[in-house]
Design a protein. Sequence first.
Length: 126
Amino acid sequence: MLRYRFTFIGFVLGIGIVILSTIPLAFPQKETQVIEIDKLAHGFAYFCFATSLFLALDLDWKFKTSKKSTIISAFTLGLVLEIIQGSFLPYRSFELYDILANTLGIVLFIFLSKRVKKLLSNAVFL
């Protein structure tokens, strides 16, 4: 069984976020919606990334400040990727709403982190 399973999952999700944030993507333009699917995807991706990073730091690596480190790391990743998109990638653009969506995913993680940790700590398959 994989010893550092949460580290592996966090790494894969982080790499996936970086790849999807830097490749050219073209979505069909639709009429303005109140909540765009893209922003929901951002929030969900950063929730999953923050959760897996937290579990990796807490359960795999036994960090004492795993929650604080997770929040700082996940937010920094989102901010740096948006800056890179706005500054270096001509086919992508900086969007403040993407940062907000990423942050909302991280905030959701903050509210659910104790439940997720408790659920996974008591899981039989771990």
